[in-house]
Ligand binder design. Sequence first.
Ligand code: LMR
Length: 328
Amino acid sequence: LSAVTAAIALTVSAGAVHAACDDGEFVVKFSHVTNTDKHPKGIAASLLQERVNAEMDGKMCMEVFPNSTLYNDNKVLEALLQGDVQLAAPSLSKFEKFTKQFRIFDLPFMFNDINAVDAFQASDSGQALLDSMQRRGLQGLAYWHNGMKQMSANVPLVEPTDANGLKFRVQSSDVLVAQMEAIGGNPQKMAFSEVYGGLQQGTVDGQENTWSNIYGKKFFEVQDGITETNHGIIDYLVVTSVDWLDSLEPDVRDQFLTILAEVTETRNAESTKVNAEAKQAVIDAGGVVRTLTPEQRAKWVEVMKPVWDKFKDDVGQENIDAAQAINE
Ligand code: LMR
């Protein structure tokens, strides 16, 4: 027992929250970038680890590395292909080098809420996207929800013109670059782990993210306030390599995929609630939250939505139509 306790203490002090796997056990490393508390992805990853390690004891041992302790999102897909990690869950905005089809998820005001995102992902075209990067060696296993994005900056943002000339951190997605340019901002791609420092030091003035990320990485501490725009979404692809999945014994693979599907269903149903709790936690910690009147929000829609035109060949008009039909 004392050896076990020492091993746990060691992994906790290294910033990881994984139980130590036994020597010779079949280890699955899952690398992600967010916090674990009050976060849809963090909670889902912990539950997956807990269930795999309890139910597949002796067959598989999962180690979760949150908070970019192992890789940031720009490196993790390469690490998957090289077999250095076996599982990741980057946001759908981080796959630009592999496919342009995910761009639909970044288009501003495309989905009314996470239920609409869920319905689109469950449709035939959404499910086909899971297999769309097989030729590049990546296999999508599931979609995990985060939530709706909000805008923040070091000045109050009420009208889109308030964003004029501000430098905004964006994820590595050209759609998000175009979106920030549409409101007169200067977008800058930056890894998630760099955002707090970038905001604090003024390398960037603002950013967009979900409540759980704004709370989890304390962005509200280094911003004037958060404006509740709900202008876009952050969702994740649980992804592995084709090679790794193929290498599993069929019964091991089936059991793992069944647990993953169950965790996905359980935690996706809670993602909106988790973000609402994170929003409340931001307010409780003294963060400023601004809401928009319907007229003010309409102005953000008017300025951002023309971005769709630029990317409609990448995502397919039929997919845009399908997403819009779900909203109604
Ligand atoms: C971001 O880079 O802002 C997010 O994709 C981080 C995350 O994984 O939620």
